[in-house]
Design a protein around this ligand. Structure first.
Ligand code: FES
Length: 510
């Protein structure tokens, strides 16, 4: 299959039905409003409904159509080389609580699916972090020891079921892979059946925090609630300025059909080669499985997505020669400066606004554990022992200083506009069909897109979040903001927050 024939859609989205919940048109009052219909938001809403709360969920687009629908869908407690860092930066007890919280989330997904009779294609498989180069095998030995000390069933191995040799790997038994959107749709069905309110195409644009909180949506309709959960991946309301401690990251995904006997049974990741992650998935075709390969980690808006995808596809073909590429998509993650997500009260001054973000590529188990943790906060039921570990109000540690300063310097550079890294041209006439670039028009920087027919759309190049300059991603035909990861369609409409307002339209000179 040539690249042109690839489906530019995630397999998870392509293999599930679309949803059609109403949008919020009239004001509503409930106990809790959850903003965001991805795994963190839906799990939180579902847990709360099960606990007897009246819940409304607001999703800007469709359920599970944001980050959750575009992951590699691993439910694992082994997070690349996380435990070495956790032990060093946060101490052995924090590493143990981190491991326990993710193990708990994996078991919870299994129980929920059994409870709902949901077929989310759960498969219990081992997870591996591996290195191919012998020079880095010491990192693997250290991670195996740290993961074991944290309580995981981890071991150092040199044999895997990958079709190429590795110098060493950490193996953690009994982890899980699944179909994330099937899981979300099952939760959404049950939530709606139990009287929960789900509103799609209902973008939240305002939040008033108080004894009674009020969330305003794009249509003007509001939801009043005692508690609000902001589960929008990157928080769209951020009085705590978490954006100074979050770094967005994009990764590309290729999915290929492979004879089942050639597909690895385990889930794999290596930090080498800008990350490579591999897993299989069941296909409803005899004797075949889907191979999902993720990698080429990069900051949104820093370009070269096409070359990066070509590298990923070439790697897939060379390592799995029988694989036939069928799908390509991209995933987006946020890394925190201390390597631990923020789940809990969004800032010290609030009693009723909660956030779940910064999962660093492990948002499926992170989203499930967010649901359990936030529901415990809101209902007042006993909180799990890892509550403090994830508290967003924790102070930055001294050793985070260089990561914090580095992120601020990066944002400052993209705010003023770095011509070396931006796709600037002198005139809209220089933009070829199917492409976009930043053009200075009447002293203002405009993001100009020319479609295949030659028609041109111009919008402001200033991101509506905090004003950094957006960049065009030719692979996904979208404007991306390198500062905090907002994404916009060629017409300026918001695809991904933290921005909630579209890029302003601009008029090109006649
Ligand atoms: Fe923050 Fe664009 S996402 S300035």
């Amino acid at each position: 299959m040539s690249q042109a024939e690839l489906t530019h859609e995630s397999y998870w989205m392509a293999s599930t039905e679309s949803t059609a919940h109403p949008s919020l048109e009239t004001d509503l009052e409930v106990d809790v409003v959850v903003i965001g219909g991805g795994i963190a938001g839906l799990c939180t809403a579902w847990e709360l409904k099960r606990a007897g709360a009246d819940v409304a969920l607001l999703e800007a687009d469709r359920i599970g159509s944001g980050v959750t629908g575009y992951t590699s869908a691993k439910l694992t407690s082994l997070h690349s080389l996380a435990y070495t860092r956790l032990r060093e930066d946060h101490g052995p007890e924090s590493a143990r609580l981190y491991a326990e919280s993710h193990q708990d989330a994996i078991g919870h997904v299994e129980r929920v699916c059994a409870d709902l009779g949901a077929d989310a294609e759960l498969e219990r498989v081992p997870a591996y972090t591996y290195m191919e180069s012998a020079e880095r095998v010491g990192e693997i030995r250290a991670e195996a020891e740290a993961a074991r000390e944290a309580g995981l069933p981890a071991s150092f191995v040199t044999e895997t079921d990958l079709p190429f040799p590795v110098a060493g790997a950490v193996r953690v038994a009994d982890q899980m892979q699944f179909h994330p959107r099937k899981f979300l749709l099952a939760l959404a069905r049950d939530l709606a059946d139990r009287g929960g309110h789900i509103f799609e195409r209902s973008r939240a644009v305002g939040l008033h925090d108080g004894a009674r909180c009020r969330v305003t949506t794009e249509s003007g309709a509001t939801v009043v609630a005692r508690d609000v959960v902001v589960a929008t991946h990157y928080p769209i309301f951020d009085r705590a300025m978490l954006f100074t401690r979050l770094k967005p990251r994009r990764e590309l995904v290729a999915a290929a059909v492979l004879p089942a006997e050639r597909a690895p049974a385990g889930m794999y990741i290596t930090p080498e080669q800008h990350t490579r992650s591999v897993r299989g998935a069941p296909l409803h075709a005899d004797g075949q499985r889907l191979l999902i390969v993720t990698g080429e980690s990069f900051t949104p808006g820093t370009g070269e997505a096409e070359e990066r995808f070509e590298r990923l596809a070439a790697w897939t073909r060379s390592r799995f020669p029988e694989a036939r590429l069928g799908y390509r998509w991209a995933a987006q993650d946020n890394d925190t400066t201390d390597g631990v997500p923020y789940i809990g009260h969004s800032h010290p001054g609030t009693q009723h606004v909660y956030v779940a973000t910064g999962f660093g590529g492990w948002g499926l188990s992170g989203g499930v554990l967010s649901g359990r943790l936030l529901a415990a906060h809101i209902t007042g039921s006993p909180r799990p022992p890892w509550t403090e570990l994830y508290d967003p109000r924790r102070l930055p540690r001294l050793r985070e200083a260089s990561a914090l300063l580095g992120q601020q310097a990066f944002v400052a550079k993209h705010f003023v506009g770095d011509r070396l890294h931006t796709s600037h041209v002198d005139s809209a006439a220089d933009i070829p069909p199917g492409s976009g670039a930043v053009v200075r028009i009447r002293g203002q920087r405009c993001a100009v897109y020319r479609d295949e027919s030659g028609a041109v759309t111009a919008v402001s190049a200033r991101c509506t979040h905090l004003g950094c300059l957006v960049q065009f991603d030719a692979g996904e035909r979208a404007w991306e903001c390198p500062c905090h990861g907002s994404r916009f369609a060629p017409d300026g409409s918001v695809l991904h927050g933290p921005a909630t307002r579209p890029l302003e339209p601009r008029r090109l000179p006649e």
